[in-house]
Design a protein around this ligand. Sequence first.
Ligand code: FES
Length: 180
Amino acid sequence: MHACDVARVQGLGAGKVMVAMKRVAIEGLVDPIDVQTHKRLLDVLVAAGTPVLMACGGKGLCATCHVYVQAGAEHLSPRTPREQLALRMLSDKRPSSRLACQAKVSGDGVIVGLPGGRYLTATKDLESLVGRRAEERVLHPVDGRVLIEAGKIITRSRIRELSQVDVDLAEMRTRSLSMG
Ligand code: FES
């Protein structure tokens, strides 16, 4: 076990199990997060309270857990075939892109950044914003492309144009259920 692990072993009381931890930092977050060795980056995002949509329930089928790995990529498990496929759909993919639900943490020093914007969960979520400017960009829930740029007025006709998003989301959920 690495010396850093010993310093962050949890639950050493009677009857407790020793758990090795790894430290991950999220850009913009002051405190790093400790996660059990071989846990997913997604567990780090959830523990940090980031608004990750996880539209496919962590099965590597959507892009809503997309992150950029700024450092420590060598301390993550290699990309799975399913991840490689899902990443291909992303419009804002970079060489550092990973799906947090597929990447497992094996060492300290991983730093991740989150793509800017919020993922749309259903077009009806935009109804209350009709006539207002989008405060941040709105992203497609499956492929991560930008649907509405920050600062643009959200109109009812624009929401109608986006109705395919609900279909895409429903299809992806069905696919995710059938893949178990
Ligand atoms: S939660 Fe869907 S790909 Fe990670």
